[in-house]
Write a protein that binds this ligand. Structure first.
Ligand SMILES: [Zn+2]
Length: 268
């Protein structure tokens, strides 16, 4: 039995794998990017409609402004590499939600939310840009896809997402919300993996620098994040790994390159 099943599974994996051109990594692709974007849109609206969204405050305008600068920088950067097609499906959107929670997240398609509770930790525009760059990186690297695959498990994947949604709507929706850090209020928290977090850190640092924000603010940011008590750590960043010290060490390695990008792109 095993002998027959395994090669078939292996074949399915090969067929369903595509390379994400942003990260250059192979990814299981049983859920199409289009499906992910559609789900992202729907779920984002749901979260916003059940949250207190701030608009026309100094902070909400700041979140939008930083987001637009990052999206612009990312577009220029990847278009310069002939990868503009990879960004075609993204419709960037930024909202500030009034909540004590220290959190930020990004759903597929570039649907970003920042919680007001994060602002005392970021303290300045550059550190906020580092966090938002990190979220943009999760979206572009399509990390959510990996999380959904893992959450739903093989049986749902074999059915296909649409069938899974039809048959197990509750479960699929929870998996989806959990995959994007937006489900803390539901008691479902699914941190990204260590590898994904460090990848988002590295890309996010670059995006912030390209958008003209000083990447060196990332170090202070993660120190302040590390100083938060365990209970008040943001769900998106609360994974037991990587520890803040590890993140900082990795960021320090990338800093010379990021500072160069910042110097070339800073607003004068
Ligand atoms: Zn993250």
């Amino acid at each position: 039995m095993q002998k027959i099943v395994l090669p078939v599974l292996a074949l399915a994996m090969v067929v369903a794998c595509t390379t994400n051109k942003i990260t250059g990594k192979k990814q299981l692709n049983l859920i199409s990017s289009e499906q992910m974007l559609n789900l992202g849109e729907t779920q984002y609206r749901q979260v916003l409609s059940s949250s207190k969204v701030l608009s026309n405050t100094a902070d909400s305008r700041k979140v939008v402004d930083i987001g637009q600068r990052i999206a612009g920088a990312v577009n220029r950067y990847y278009s310069g590499q002939g990868l503009q097609q990879e960004l075609a499906g993204y419709k960037w959107e930024y909202n500030l939600i009034d909540s004590k929670e220290v959190n930020a997240w990004c759903m597929p398609g570039g649907k970003i939310a920042v919680y007001t509770g994060l602002l005392p930790v970021t303290q300045n525009d550059a550190a906020l840009a580092v966090v938002m760059g990190h979220e943009v990186a999760h979206a572009l690297a399509e990390h959510g896809k990996d999380r959904i695959h893992q959450q739903l498990g093989a049986s749902a994947l074999a059915m296909g997402l649409q069938v899974a949604v039809a048959n197990k709507p509750q479960e699929t929706q929870l998996a989806y919300l959990a995959a994007f850090g937006a489900a803390s209020q539901l008691g479902v928290i699914l941190p990204f993996s260590r590898r994904q977090e460090l990848e988002a850190d590295a890309l996010g640092l670059k995006y912030a620098a390209l958008a003209g924000y000083d990447p060196r603010e990332a170090i202070g940011l993660w120190k302040r994040m590390g100083a938060l008590g365990g209970g008040s750590k943001p769900p998106e960043f609360a994974s037991t790994h990587p520890a803040e010290a590890t993140r900082i060490a990795e960021l320090e390695k990338l800093m010379p390159e990021a500072v160069k990008l910042y110097e070339a792109n800073r607003r004068r």
